[in-house]
Design a binder for this molecule. Structure first.
Ligand code: NAP
Length: 328
C-alpha cells in the first residue's frame, strides 16, 4: 500500500511517500480501506517531534480516517461496513491513517450508517467527537449557551459553533489572524474578536452577564486568567489543547493548578471508545445529514499532495477542517 512514513521529525518534507506491505489484521482488530481523512494540528505537532516519547519513528502518522472494513478476523464487523476510526494510539503507538489501509483495534472503530460523501464524512470524527465532548461532557451545555472559543478559527472551534448554534446559543470566536474573520462569521459565529491577548472586557461589553462557557485550547497563564474574567456565574471552562507555546510570548499554564480551579475541566479525545461513543458519532452524522451541523471544509487535497497540505497548515493558511482524499 501507499503510505507516508516519517523517519525523523521535521518539516513537511519528512512525510515520505513509500510502498509499504499491506497490514494484516488479527483478532480484535479490523483492516480498513481508507477513503479519506481529516488533518489535525496534533499531527503537525507529532511530525515536528512534539509528541516526544509517545511517538517512536519511523511511523505513519494520522489520528483519524473514514473508510470501509476489508477484513475483521473476529467477525464483529462485516466487510464493506462503513466506519470511522480515531485515536487510541493511532498514528502514535501504531501506524496511522496517512495510508491507503490501516489496522485498528475495534475499541477505536466506529461503525456508521450514512449516505454522506466521504469528504464530508472525513471532516467529522476527531473534530466533532472533541467538540461534542467539550460541549456536553465538560461544559454540560443546555439551551441558549453563550460560548467563547479560543482560537475560534480552528476546525474544533467551528465544530463547537455548530453545536452551540443548534442549542440556540451564540459563539464568540477569537483569532489572531484578521484574514480569517470573514470565513469565521460565515460559519455562524455571533461575533469574532481579533486579538492575541485579553478579550474579557470585549466579551463583557457584548454579554453583560458574561459567557456561559469558554473553550480554551491555548491554555496559557494569560488565557486562563482572561477566561475567568469573562465567565458568568456558574459558567464553566473547558481546556482542550495546549497551543500556548506557539503563541509567542505566552507561557503554558500548569494544568495541575488550572484544573484545581472551580468549574474547570479538561476534555481529551484520547478516551474515545466504540462501546460508549459510537452512538454519539451517529447522532452527529444524523444532524449533519439534516443540516443542523454544517461541517466547514476549507480545503481538500489529493493524497499525493500531503506535503503541500502540511506546508499550508504550518503557514496557518486554513480556517476550519482540511480533508485528504484517496482516489484508489
Ligand atoms: N482535547 C482534544 O481531544 C483535542 C482534539 C482535537 C483538537 N484539540 C486541540 O484543539 C486545537 C485546535 O486543533 P485543530 O486540529 O482544530 O486545529 P486547526 O484547525 O489546525 O486550528 C489551528 C488554530 O490554531 C492556531 N494556531 C496556533 N499556533 C499555530 C501555528 N503554529 N500554526 C497554525 N495555527 C496555529 C490558529 O489560531 P489563529 O486563528 O489565532 O491564527 C488556528 O486558528 C489544538 O490545540 C488541538 O490540540 C484537542
Amino acid at each position: 500500500m501507499k503510505a507516508y512514513l516519517v523517519s525523523q521529525p521535521g518539516s513537511p518534507n519528512v512525510l515520505e511517500p513509500q510502498n509499504l506491505p499491506d497490514p494484516i489484521p488479527e483478532k480484535g482488530k479490523a483492516l480498513i480501506k481508507i477513503k479519506a481523512f481529516g488533518l489535525n494540528r496534533a499531527e503537525a505537532v507529532t511530525r515536528m517531534g512534539g509528541s516526544f516519547d509517545a511517538v517512536k519513528f519511523p511511523k505513519v502518522i494520522g489520528i483519524e480516517c473514514v473508510g470501509e472494513v476489508m477484513e475483521c478476523p473476529g467477525g464483529e464487523l462485516n466487510p464493506g461496513q462503513k466506519v470511522a476510526a480515531a485515536m487510541g494510539g493511532m498514528g502514535r503507538k501504531y501506524n496511522g491513517s496517512y495510508a491507503e489501509m490501516i489496522v485498528v483495534p475495534l475499541a477505536n472503530v466506529f461503525p456508521i450508517e450514512t449516505d454522506l460523501d466521504w469528504i464530508t464524512l472525513a471532516s467529522i470524527p476527531e473534530t466533532y467527537f472533541t467538540a461534542w465532548g467539550c460541549c456536553f461532557e465538560s461544559l454540560c451545555l443546555e439551551k441558549h449557551p453563550k460560548i467563547v472559543i479560543r482560537p475560534g478559527a480552528s476546525a474544533l472551534g467551528i465544530a463547537i459553533t455548530q453545536i452551540v448554534n443548534h442549542l440556540g446559543g451564540q459563539v464568540i470566536g477569537v483569532t489572531r489572524s484578521s484574514h480569517k474573520v470573514e470565513k469565521m462569521m460565515k460559519t455562524g459565529m455571533y461575533k469574532v474578536i481579533t486579538s492575541s491577548s485579553k478579550v474579557g472586557d470585549e466579551v463583557l461589553e457584548t454579554w453583560s452577564n458574561g459567557a456561559t462557557g469558554v473553550v480554551d485550547t491555548i491554555v496559557s497563564e494569560e488565557s486562563v486568567k482572561d477566561d475567568l474574567s469573562m465567565l458568568a456565574k456558574g459558567g464553566r471552562i473547558c481546556l482542550a489543547g495546549s497551543l500556548a507555546d506557539s503563541y509567542g510570548t505566552s507561557k503554558s499554564a500548569d494544568f495541575k493548578d488550572v484544573l484545581s480551579l472551580p468549574n474547570t475541566s479538561f476534555f481529551s479525545s484520547e478516551g474515545l471508545h466504540s462501546s460508549k461513543d459510537t452512538q454519539n458519532l451517529q447522532t452527529i452524522i444524523d444532524r449533519v445529514e439534516k443540516g443542523f451541523y454544517k461541517p466547514y471544509i476549507d480545503a481538500v487535497f489529493d493524497f499525493e499532495d500531503m506535503v503541500i497540505a502540511h506546508q499550508k497548515m504550518d503557514r496557518n493558511e486554513f480556517t476550519g477542517k482540511v480533508v485528504i482524499k484517496i482516489n484508489s
